[in-house]
Design a protein around this ligand. Structure first.
Ligand code: ATP
Length: 486
């Protein structure tokens, strides 16, 4: 078995070599060959804005698994986060994290013996990074949620729950506000849940989830969320069990999976040999289980639990009455307990499984075009045009109302920042230079896309168009939301 390895930046090399030392002591390195893949700061410094060499990309694509340490994202300039780039370019669509109370890791929640998982969609949402400046005063981001993207991560969630014997899965969302995007995520959750009658399900609004996680976290076993909400909630959950030093993660895809600690490069302690390698060790254990080395994973996990139970700790946690260990001594303390089992918590066994493993397709598959709904009847129903104007609502409405005369469309709405300001509204609604004019089909007419774009061209002759969206129906259902107050 061969696995691509990138140690990372900051504390990355220290915690990676400590982790590999522990794996070697458990006999893993006899079974797995780690193949270096050059990624991170050193690559960015050569002017490569992707932060990974072409050879590293080939290595990961050939081997299908990447074990990586934290990597620095260059501040400013064109460099993007390698963590995000890697997940997106290799379609590692499910970010799976396991949170459990560990012995010797004191938190205000230690007495609760927590053990739950969070699955976060990893590709879509605002992480598309589709952002534009649309006027002097306004920046806009596009949030993309797709049905096939939802289905992939939701199916992964239920398959993992089934495999791990988890009988309760929650979907968390903000579908009361983001009715179409989070609404789709929730709708697909319900559809896919129906395929798993043995698993109980629930849905919880994201803000309530955050409160519940702090007040009664034991009520959750597995929660699935969209990307940004999942990112935030995962760190909240990490805090419940001791912080980022204990938060492992797996990014699972159909072809490529990435295993990494959640924390960053910790530049403040880099090079001092004092970093806590636990999160990376735990990520490595997820990886060993993923490739079927379940016995080795259980042996290392039990040694880790036994060491924590005996008070082994680095400087960032633990019982201060016991000596603080540096990274190397901490790993030695774990390695010296290989073969032992913890006394106060349930030991791991070879059958304890982690995330779902997909058999990797034997040949690289051509880019996959994903579809869930196909062939819906789409009809043009109107056009939203965003114009950059300084005049007030009444004047803007009168002006745009004239422009659509003689077209199949009439002006039905002006809104600003999503709130209706014309034909009804409040004089107290504060507006910016980013008006949305909604043109809808006149009674009894139909229109083609060209007609809508002809109206757009007419508006563009008079006004600065910042953006536009076609309004369409899908099998007769409205494909847009109403403005606040409409
Ligand atoms: P980056 O810019 O790479 O995200 P950061 O310092 O902003 O780095 P983290 O690396 O996540 O963010 O670190 C936040 C804090 O937690 C730092 O004070 C760091 O020293 C500490 N920390 C993070 N990881 C560890 C670790 N493995 N062991 C000990 N301390 C850690």
């Amino acid at each position: 078995m061969r696995i691509a390895l990138a140690a990372g930046d900051g504390i990355g090399p220290e915690i990676m070599s400590a982790t590999l030392e522990l794996f070697a002591a458990a006999g893993v390195t006899k079974l797995v060959e780690f193949v270096p893949a050059e990624m991170g700061k050193a690559v960015f410094d050569t002017g490569n804005t992707r932060g990974m060499t072409d050879e590293a990309v080939r290595t990961v694509e050939d081997l299908g698994i990447l074990f990586k340490g934290p990597m620095e994202t260059p501040k400013g300039g064109g460099g993007k986060s390698i963590n995000v780039t890697a997940r997106k370019m290799w379609s590692a669509y499910a970010n799976y994290r396991h949170f459990r109370t560990l012995p010797g890791v004191q938190t205000p929640f230690s007495h609760l013996d927590l053990d739950f998982c969070i699955v976060r969609e990893n590709i879509e949402d605002t992480y598309g990074g589709i952002e534009h400046r649309v006027s002097d005063d306004v920046m806009a981001a596009k949030r993309i949620i797709t049905a096939p993207g939802c289905d992939e991560v939701l199916r992964f969630t239920f398959e993992t729950a089934k495999r791990m014997g988890i009988d309760l899965v929650h979907c968390s969302h903000k579908a009361n506000i983001m009715k179409m995007t989070d609404g789709l995520f929730l709708e697909r959750f319900k559809a896919i849940a129906a395929e798993y009658p043995g698993i109980q399900t629930g849905d919880v609004i994201i803000d309530a989830l955050c409160m519940n996680l702090v007040m009664k976290p034991q009520q959750y076993k597995m929660v699935v969320l969209t990307n940004l909400q999942g990112d935030i909630v995962s760190d909240l959950a990490a805090g419940l069990v001791g912080g980022l030093g204990f938060a492992p993660s797996a990014n699972i895809g159909r072809n490529i999976s990435i295993f990494e600690a959640v924390h960053g490069t910790a530049p403040d302690i880099a090079g001092k040999g004092i970093a806590n390698p636990t999160a990376l060790v735990l990520s490595g254990l997820m990886m060993l289980r993923h490739i079927g080395l379940t016995q080795q994973a259980a042996t290392i996990e039990n040694a880790l639990l036994a060491a924590l139970e005996d008070g082994a700790h680095t400087g960032d946690f633990g019982d201060r009455s016991k000596p603080t260990l540096d990274t190397a001594s901490y790993v030695k303390a774990i390695a010296s307990r290989l073969g032992k089992e913890p006394r106060t918590v349930k030991p791991a066994h070879a059958g304890s499984s982690s995330a779902v493993t997909f058999a990797r397709p034997p040949q690289p598959t051509a880019p996959i075009t994903m579809h869930t709904f196909t062939g819906l009847r789409k009809e043009v129903a109107g056009l939203d045009v965003y114009v950059d104007r300084r005049e007030g609502a009444a004047e803007t409405a009168a002006h745009l109302g004239k422009l659509c005369e003689g077209t199949p469309f009439r002006l039905t709405l002006l809104s600003c920042r999503g709130t209706q300001v014309w034909p009804r509204g409040s004089i107290y609604t504060e507006c910016v230079d980013y008006w949305r004019a909604r043109f809808e089909l006149r009674e009894g007419t139909t229109a083609r896309q060209q007609d809508a774009l002809a109206l757009l061209a007419r508006v563009a002759e008079h006004d600065t168009v910042s953006e536009y969206e076609l309004l369409r129906t899908f099998d007769g259902a409205r494909g847009w939301t109403l403005a606040q107050g409409q």
